[in-house]
Design a protein around this ligand. Structure first.
Ligand SMILES: *Cc1c(COP(=O)(O)O)cnc(C)c1O
Length: 361
């Protein structure tokens, strides 16, 4: 294949072409320093600049207050399913989880190893096709935290508003929506996000944590799993995921140059709206997710016929529209249209869906 495909994968996912080209141009000799970022000491002056700029630009994009630390860790979103309870479930040892899909279920299951987990609300009764209404009285007042999955990558749901959980600290998995919308960081005790959805290549996970939630892990916590270890050493306790952090930094610069989160959000809204409109107007495809809870990033849809879904995914691939299959646990289709998916990619998908429907009536 001599041209780039439109990659609708939910992760690792598409990256901005300008960033890839810039990374390629600097691959063997980063800015004239005679070596690639992959080879460079993480203690070098060049790398120090890379990681400091990455953090500063992320802070600027998300308006992260001074009293929050930004950590660049390894282990993916999955390790945060463990690190969050290890570090935060240290008071009453109770935590309330809101389940809106498979990722939240996994997070809750992991947390059960460390304390008393209550499922405060769940949309499992309807296959996670909506976001349940959350009111303060559903949350245990003495819970150490409440955990939500802000955007459910597999089921295609998204919290339209930050739920009101009273004074209980709120923790959010934002792996698949970070940087797609403005968020009020001060409403959260901790936000985490794996890089490979909306930011960078796999290998790095961002944790944004309010300082007073650092330093409460039990004595016998493995050193890597204690947020304090990383906070004290500015994510340099051990070798960080250097290359992923570098590419993330380039993506942050690219986003800032494009006008920041508000500017990309406007484009994200437009991309998602036209794709959902196409689905809603179609006689072949339907989106199972309740309208007000639909994700801007992960658009799920089905034809209602497994064989037709498979045919669609295969035909899309032939056209250079790849990875349109739904998650292996749910089937159907899913188009992940992260920040880096060009609007033309969505336009091509829509044109293809119309053509496919016409040809398969
Ligand atoms: C992908 C994903 C995860 C898991 O990420 P890994 O980096 O594969 O561990 C967790 N939560 C959400 C919402 C995700 O989309």
């Amino acid at each position: 294949m001599d041209k780039r495909v439109y990659n609708f994968s939910a992760g690792p996912s598409t990256l901005p072409l300008e960033v890839l080209e810039d990374v390629a141009a600097n691959l063997t000799n980063y800015k004239g320093c005679g070596q690639s970022v992959m080879e460079m000491s993480h203690r070098s002056a060049e790398y120090k600049q890379i990681i400091e700029d990455a953090e500063a630009n992320l802070r600027s994009l998300l308006d992260i207050p001074e009293n929050y630390k930004v950590l660049f860790l390894q282990g993916g979103g999955t390790l945060q399913f463990s690190m969050v309870p290890i570090n935060l479930m240290t008071g009453s040892k109770k935590a309330d989880y809101i389940l809106t899909g498979s990722w939240g279920e996994k997070a809750a299951k992991e947390a059960e190893k460390f304390g008393d987990v209550k499922i405060a609300a769940s949309s499992k009764d309807e296959n996670f096709t909506y976001i349940p209404e959350i009111t303060k009285d559903m949350i245990r007042e003495d819970a150490d935290y409440v955990h939500i999955t802000y955007n459910e990558t597999i089921h295609g749901t998204h919290f339209a508003d930050i739920p009101d959980v009273g004074d209980v600290p709120l923790v959010a998995d934002m792996s698949s929506c970070i940087l797609s919308e403005r968020i009020d960081v001060t409403k959260f005790a901790l936000i985490y996000a794996g890089a490979q959805k909306n930011i960078a290549p796999a290998g790095m996970t961002i944790v944004i944590i309010r300082e007073d939630f650092i330093g409460n892990a039990p004595e016998n916590t493995p050193v890597y799993l204690d947020y304090k270890t990383h906070a004290e050493k500015d994510s340099m306790y051990n070798t960080p995921p250097c290359f992923s952090i570098y590419v993330a930094g380039e993506v942050f610069k690219n986003l800032l140059a494009k006008g920041g989160v508000d500017a990309i959000h406007e484009i994200d809204v437009r991309k998602a709206a036209k794709l959902y409109d196409c689905i809603d107007e179609s006689e072949m495809f339907t989106c199972p997710v309740r309208k007000e809870d639909r994700s801007l990033m992960n658009v799920v849809f089905v034809s209602g016929d497994d064989a037709m879904d498979k045919k669609f995914v295969a035909a899309g691939k032939e056209e250079g529209l790849v990875n349109l299959g739904g998650h292996r646990s749910v089937g159907g289709m899913r188009a992940s249209i992260f920040n880096a998916m060009p609007e033309e990619g969505v336009d091509c998908l829509i044109a293809f869906m119309k053509r496919f429907e016409e040809e398969n009536k």
